[in-house]
Ligand binder design. Structure first.
Ligand code: NAD
Ligand code: LMR
Length: 340
């Protein structure tokens, strides 16, 4: 049958059925930092996404090889590799979504904020190019520290006159992926059935998983269990950094999470209803200007930012404790963008 001949897709990765064929609308997705630890497996996963017709792989070097390799996969997206700043405009031109995993990763002993010095400048220059070459694209920011790089991007776009708060996302999906995995392991339920909202930001205590809202509900979790699950989710990135012992941070699980989030954005752009993911976005649900919470994705990006819902006392305390750090990280990004 025709169905049997269709290329393998990553539909099963995202757990939502969406019947899509070669007749899906054209969509161009660009990955900036595509030759990196995240970039390469993310390029692979995006090549498997049937909603993408054009996949643009940009890095400062080594993208021709990655692009040639990925391009041989017999799925829909046409792949092109771009290397070096002089090719950035062409790489971005006409993009519907730009995913940014460009920048240095942590080594043991570092915080995400320690990456600010190098990554802030990289993000600023890439966002300047986005404002010029594809000002309407949805931007999925992966580069750390996300709590600061998203505000930097917003400031760059504001200065260029292209800012649309519905189109800028800090990718916090890996926190949700981890919270789901750890919760399912503890409660002993099939992980595919699990959902856990994670709110706040993407660093240490600013990562606030809301296990009181986890589905399916569990009545067997003690307060200590919830504390341990919360801490493991908050320290998930560090767990990987330490296990990799100097060879970088999460790349494979991050590529998976990035692919899940980009797929949700694509579905929203294509008018699929009820697409909800957590993301770090401009927000008025707390007194902070950016905050991660559940958002509904649609044809223009964010259609609705959901409130936090009922919090346990423990989560309420976590929310109050994270605010000063998150506020400072946001301000640091805004200041950097405006003074350089
Ligand atoms: P990596 O060093 O393996 O790859 C980064 C890539 O970025 C390299 O290929 C490098 O050449 C490229 N690059 C550097 N400057 C660039 C520029 N100006 N333009 C385009 N590309 C450029 O690092 P990685 O492991 O892929 O991690 C990338 C970033 O993602 C880090 O900042 C890391 O902290 C972050 N990260 C975020 C999350 C998250 O949950 N949001 C998860 C994991 C990692
Ligand atoms: C993660 O959560 O894995 C990333 O933010 C990378 C890191 O430095 O921990």
């Amino acid at each position: 049958s025709r169905a049997a001949l269709r290329p393998c897709t990553c539909r099963h990765l995202v757990g939502r059925s969406y019947s899509s064929t070669e007749s899906s609308p054209e969509s161009k997705v660009a990955i900036l930092g595509a030759a990196g630890g995240i970039g390469q497996p993310l390029a692979l996963l995006m090549k498997l996404n049937p909603l993408i017709s054009s996949l643009s792989l940009y890095d400062i070097a080594n993208t021709p090889g990655v692009a040639a390799d990925v391009s041989h996969i017999n799925s829909r997206a046409q792949v092109a590799g771009y290397a070096g700043e002089e090719q950035l405009g062409e790489a971005l031109d006409g993009s519907d979504i730009v995913i940014i995993p460009a920048g240095v990763p942590r080594k043991p002993g570092m915080t995400r904020d320690d990456l600010f010095k190098i990554n802030a400048g990289i993000v600023k220059s890439l966002c300047t190019a986005i404002a010029k070459y594809c000002p309407n694209a949805l931007v999925n920011m992966i580069s750390n520290p996300v709590n600061s790089t998203v505000p930097i991007a917003a400031e760059v776009f504001k200065k260029a006159g292209t800012f649309d708060e519905r189109k800028l996302f800090g990718v916090t999906t890996l926190d949700v992926v981890r919270a789901k995995t750890f919760y399912a392991g503890k409660v002993k339920v099939p992980v595919a059935e699990v959902n856990v909202p994670v709110v706040g930001g993407h660093a240490g205590i600013t990562i606030l998983p809301l296990f009181s809202q986890a589905a399916p509900k569990s009545s067997n979790l003690s307060d200590d269990d919830i504390k341990a699950l919360t801490k493991r989710t908050q320290d998930g990135g560090t767990e990987v950094v330490e296990a990799k012992a100097g060879k970088g941070s999460a790349t494979l699980s991050m590529a998976y999470a990035g692919a899940v989030f980009a797929d949700a954005c694509l579905k929203g752009l294509n008018g699929v209803p009820d697409i909800v993911e957590c993301s770090f976005v401009q927000s008025s649900i707390t007194d902070l200007p950016f905050f991660a919470s559940k958002v509904r994705l649609g044809k223009n990006g964010v259609e609705e930012v959901f409130g936090l819902g009922p919090l346990s006392d423990y989560e309420q305390q976590g929310l109050e404790s994270l605010k000063p750090e998150l506020k400072a990280s946001i301000e640091k990004g805004v200041e950097f963008a405006n003074q350089n």
